[in-house]
Design a protein around this ligand. Structure first.
Ligand code: S3P
Length: 441
C-alpha cells in the first residue's frame, strides 16, 4: 500500500460528532504505574498506538505480564520492586520521548545494565536533560556523545534524594524525577516550571507520598519513597492533542460545526483552547466532569468568522506545546501579525517543529520571520491556494504531527498536496485518516 497521501480539494462543510482515541500521556502513564502496582490493573479506551505499544513492550521486558484488548487491557503488576533486570536487557522506546524519559526514572535502581534505544527521531533528541538529574540520585549513565541514545543505565541500590529545578516546563523531565524519587529513601524536592501534571494527579489518586504546592509560575513537589501501589482501573479520556487537528479544521472551514466527545481538558493541557479563544474562535466545553483528578468534557467548535492575530503570552506555551503546528495555521488566516516566542522547546520535539512550521507556512504563501525560539506570522484572512499550486511534504523524520498538520493545511487552504510517510500517524493516532474520511462523507 502506498505510504503517500494526495489531497486535491479542500474539505466541504460538515456538522458532525466524533470521538478521538485515548490520551497518549495518560495511556503511557497507566502502563507504567500499573506495572508497579500490586495486582491487576485495567484500562478502557487505552490508546492503541506505537508509542503506547512500545511502553507495553518495555514493561513486558521487565517481566510484567500484559493483555491488550480493544475493550479492556490488563496489566499484572508485581509491586514496586517487581521488575526483573535480566542481563543485557535492551528497551526500545521507538519514537516516544515520554516512554524513554519516564522509564529511566523507574530504572534508577536496576541491578544490571540496561540499554535504552530509540528510532532515528528519538536518537536525535536530548537525553542528558534526564540523565543528569537522575545520576544525582546515584544511577550511572553512558550516552552517545554525552547526550543521545543509545544509552546505558546502571542503577544503584543506595539512592540519595535530590533537589531539582526543572526550568524548561517539561513534564517528561519532571515525571522522570518523580518516578526516581518514588524509589528513593528520603524526600526529593522538585521546583518545576508549570507543565502537564498527569503524573502528580495519578500519584495523588493512588495516595502515594507526594505533596504539591502550586505557586504562580512554578510548582513545588515533594516526593518520598513509595512502599506499595494499589491497582489502577482507568477509563482513559480522549486526547486533546489529537482533538486539536479537528478543532482547527472546523475553525478554518466554512459553515461547519463539530462536537468531540469525552476529551481530557486538564487545565495544564488546554493552552490551544485559550489561545484560539483569544483569536476569536468559538469553542465551548459541555458536560464537564471530574474523573480520578482529571477534568473531561465534550468540546464544541464552530467555523470562525473573523480570526484575530495574537501576541501569544509565553505562559501558555507549555499547555499548548504539542499543538503549535496547527495553532500556526489559524494564525495564517488571522487579520494581522501574530507573534509566538520563547518556543525553543518546539525544536526539541520529534522533528524541529518550528522549522517545519516555517516550511509549511511558506508553502502556503504566508510570510514568516522565524528565529531559534520565535515565529512571526503575517496572517491573510483570504488565504486560499490556487488549484494547481503543488506542495510536497517529506523528509520530516516521520513526525506524526507534521503529517497531520500538513493534511489539515491542505484540507483548509486548498492546493495540490503530496504528503509522504502516512504511517507516521501510527505513533499517536492510527485512526486519524479514518476520522477525516467521516467528516468528508
Ligand atoms: C509529554 C510531555 C511533553 C509533550 C509530549 C508528552 C508527557 O514533552 O510534548 O508529547 O506525556 O509528559 P516535554 O516534557 O518534553 O515538553
Amino acid at each position: 500500500m502506498s505510504n503517500i497521501v494526495k489531497i486535491k480539494n479542500k474539505i466541504g462543510n460538515f456538522k458532525k460528532t466524533i470521538t478521538v482515541p485515548g490520551d497518549k500521556s495518560l495511556s503511557i502513564r497507566w502502563v507504567l504505574f500499573s506495572s508497579l502496582a500490586n495486582g491487576t490493573s485495567t484500562a478502557k479506551n487505552l490508546l492503541m498506538s506505537e508509542d503506547v505499544l512500545a511502553a507495553i513492550e518495555a514493561v513486558k521486558k521487565l517481566g510484567i505480564k500484559v493483555i491488550i484488548n480493544k475493550k479492556e487491557s490488563k496489566i499484572f503488576g508485581k509491586g514496586i520492586d517487581g521488575y526483573k533486570y535480566k542481563k543485557n536487557l535492551k528497551i526500545n522506546a521507538k519514537n516516544s520521548g515520554t516512554l524513554g524519559r519516564l522509564i529511566l526514572g523507574l530504572l534508577v535502581n536496576s541491578s544490571n545494565t540496561i540499554h535504552l534505544i530509540g528510532d532515528k527521531s528519538l536518537s536525535k533528541r536530548d537525553f542528558s536533560r534526564v540523565s543528569e538529574p537522575l545520576s544525582k540520585f546515584g544511577a550511572k549513565f553512558r550516552l552517545r556523545n554525552n547526550n543521545f541514545l543509545p544509552l546505558k543505565i546502571n542503577g544503584s541500590s543506595n539512592l540519595k534524594p535530590i533537589k531539582y529545578s526543572e526550568n524548561k516546563g517539561s513534564a517528561q523531565c519532571k515525571s522522570s524525577i518523580i518516578f526516581a524519587a518514588m524509589r528513593t529513601e528520603g524526600t526529593t524536592i522538585i521546583k518545576a516550571k508549570k507543565s502537564r501534571n498527569h503524573t502528580e494527579l495519578l500519584c495523588k489518586y493512588l495516595k502515594l507520598p507526594i505533596r504539591v504546592k502550586n505557586f504562580k509560575n512554578f510548582d513545588k513537589i515533594e516526593v518520598n519513597k513509595v512502599k506499595k501501589i494499589k491497582t489502577l482501573n482507568y477509563d482513559i479520556p480522549s486526547d486533546i492533542s489529537s482533538s486539536a487537528f479537528f478543532i482547527v479544521l472546523t475553525a478554518l472551514s466554512k459553515k461547519s460545526e463539530l462536537i468531540i466527545k469525552n476529551v481530557n481538558i486538564n487545565p495544564t493541557r488546554i493552552g490551544i483552547i485559550t489561545i484560539l479563544k483569544k483569536m476569536g474562535v468559538r469553542i465551548i466545553f459541555k458536560n464537564q466532569k471530574t474523573y480520578k483528578g482529571e477534568k473531561k468534557a465534550d468540546i464544541k467548535i464552530v467555523s470562525a468568522k473573523n480570526i484575530k492575530a495574537i501576541n501569544c503570552p509565553p505562559k501558555l506555551n507549555s499547555g499548548a506545546i504539542d499543538e503549535f503546528l496547527v495553532i500556526f495555521l489559524v494564525a495564517a488566516k488571522a487579520k494581522g501579525i501574530s507573534y509566538f516566542r520563547n518556543l525553543s522547546e518546539l525544536n526539541q520535539k520529534e522533528s524541529p517543529r518550528l522549522k517545519w512550521a516555517e516550511k509549511i507556512l511558506t508553502n502556503l504563501g504566508v510570510k514568516t520571520i522565524t528565529s531559534n525560539d520565535s515565529i512571526k506570522i503575517y496572517g491573510n484572512p483570504n488565504l486560499n491556494l490556487s488549484l494547481d499550486k503543488r506542495v510536497i511534504i517529506k523528509n520530516y523524520l516521520k513526525d506524526h504531527r507534521v503529517f497531520m498538520a500538513s493534511l489539515i493545511a491542505a484540507l483548509s487552504f486548498g492546493g495540490k498536496w503530496t504528503i509522504h510517510d502516512k504511517d507516521s500517524i501510527n505513533t499517536s493516532f492510527p485512526d486519524f485518516l479514518k476520522i477525516i474520511g467521516k467528516l468528508k462523507k
